[in-house]
Ligand binder design. Sequence first.
Ligand code: NDP
Length: 429
Amino acid sequence: MSKINQENRGCVPSAPNYAGGAPKDLYEVGEIPPLGHTPERMYAWLIRRGRHGDPETAMQIEVVDTPKIGPDDVLVMIMAAGINYNGIWAALGTPVSPFDIHGASHHIAGSDGAGIVWAVGDRVKRWKVGDEVVLQSHQDDGDDPECNGGDPMLSASQRAWGYETPDGCFAQFARVQSRQLLPRPTHLTWVESACYILTLVTAYRMLFGHPPHVVRPGQNVLVWGAAGGLGSMAIQLVTLAGANAIGVVSDESRRDHVVSLGAKGVINRKEFDCWGRLPDVDDGAAYGAYMKRVRRFGRAIWEITGKGNDVDIVFEHPGEVTFPVSCFVARRGGMVVFCAGSSGYNLTMDARFIWTRQKRIQGSHYASLYQICAANRLVTERRIDPCLSEVFTWNEIPRAHKKMWRNQHQPGNMAALVQATVAQSTSQF
Ligand code: NDP
């Protein structure tokens, strides 16, 4: 039954190292129960409605009941969990408090993870106890037209596990829908496996999921936050498609990382001052001065793409501070695709440039299972590097979120150990 590593390479103890004695109700974090034995209770990082705010105070360790699974669900023992913005938003309670969505008494964040299948519901056929998996965070009810032949991301039942559901993976065990499981790329460590799905698949849909604006060889794509989680994935995907990625960073120390992923050029946004909401277009002087500053940024792009070559696609997520510029620098007929507004949601643009130059403004959110599988295959085939930057311990999970919130993290994606205790080990057979 089990595909669990029996050689103990540091992640899963071999059989004699399973917790001995009679099965227990509660195991310490990092202590592995006998395979398939589900303890009644587990440790988890909890957010409660009364303490939204800074992740370091909003998230606290508590002991809770281990989730019960339904017929289509799977219980996964979490070996490692990815750190991403969903945990920050859940801690802060913005843009919406998770409690206003799911109504549960507590919230366990964590929308990216890797682990071992621990129990399966009666109707689950594709997975068995012991399988090693990575978890993707799209859930839906599966019974509406969009889920059956349409785009599940357009389904009214679509929800983000670990943000819009209360049972994410900053816990020893997590309940997921069976469709959330993907085979774990076995060349990766547990932490590498846990860190990349959310950013990779979101970038994949943004770049390939909105035809006819899909990245094609030779095109130019401007990628904001190129050293961040999304950006690191986007630069690689653009490069893989044979197009030119132009990355934006805020610090020279991030340049080498972006170039190493294949970017044709890198721009340091700190050298420009055209950020923020669009000025009032009726204020000629202010608007004229602003446009001069924007054109200077546009010329920096041309230094990489060649004079007159505007970018075909702008990969947007900072939002309020960059959005008007994104809308200017996209080429005629090009697309600004965005999946977030990290700096604010009041997006402004000069509408004249959008209609006369027939640009497309496209919202994008996570990815369909089809896109998720396609993206994960690129990791399995070693075409995409998960770009694991920093590894945190279980106890450091809130601090990791704080670091990300403050934009003080290293380039790439971050992860934390949960039941795995050694960062560098894989658990191949
Ligand atoms: P990261 O923090 O890893 O990267 C974001 C990058 O944005 C930073 O590296 C930073 O790079 C850049 N940045 C920060 N502030 C600004 C600014 N004022 N102007 C321009 N760039 C800025 O985060 P992620 O890439 O993981 O996520 C980014 C956003 O995307 C978050 O809001 C997240 O919630 C959202 N998201 C949405 C998804 C969806 O499905 N809708 C899925 C995944 C993420 P630098 O300072 O070097 O420029």
